[in-house]
Design a binder for this molecule. Structure first.
Ligand SMILES: [Zn+2]
Length: 141
């Protein structure tokens, strides 16, 4: 098992963006497509490391969503010019406002966990990965 101590920030970033556990790399952490499990089923790492931890994930999701809405409005104005109709102009941005946050929710959370692990490395007791051998059995001592 490759733990945080043996993986680079690039690998950690890749784990975050691909919805994998930042500590052990386990995948399949989402329930019902958009809900992230509270803990990793493999290493036991609790993803919400402290109350309010996911504020960074919400911020990332908001920035991406608003950026896409801005781009879609600008493209819409460019395409519809000179007959810019507010109703037709708002269809794509409204769809983005509904779909993108839901679709990005678990990815933003795992990415935020990865970024947080880069800034604040794992402390003893946060995950049981360091107590497990390659075969998955707890180490002696
Ligand atoms: Zn894990």
């Amino acid at each position: 098992m490759e733990t945080r101590e043996t993986c680079t920030n690039g690998q950690l970033f890749w784990r975050g963006i691909t919805r994998a556990c930042g500590v052990c790399g386990e995948r399949g952490l989402t329930r019902r497509l958009v809900a992230l499990s509270e803990t990793c089923p493999r290493c036991g790492f609790r993803f919400e490391r402290y109350p309010g931890h996911f504020l960074g994930a919400v911020t990332m999701s908001t920035i991406v969503t608003f950026g896409l809405i801005l781009i879609s409005v600008l493209v819409g104005v460019w395409v519809l010019w000179p007959d810019v109709d507010a109703l037709r102009l708002s269809i794509v941005p409204l769809a983005i406002a509904v779909i993108v946050p839901a679709a990005l929710h678990p990815t933003c959370k795992t990415l935020w966990v990865a970024i947080d692990l880069m800034m604040r490395p794992l402390t003893p007791g946060e995950a049981v990965a360091d107590l497990v051998t390659e075969e998955g059995a707890p180490q002696e001592g």
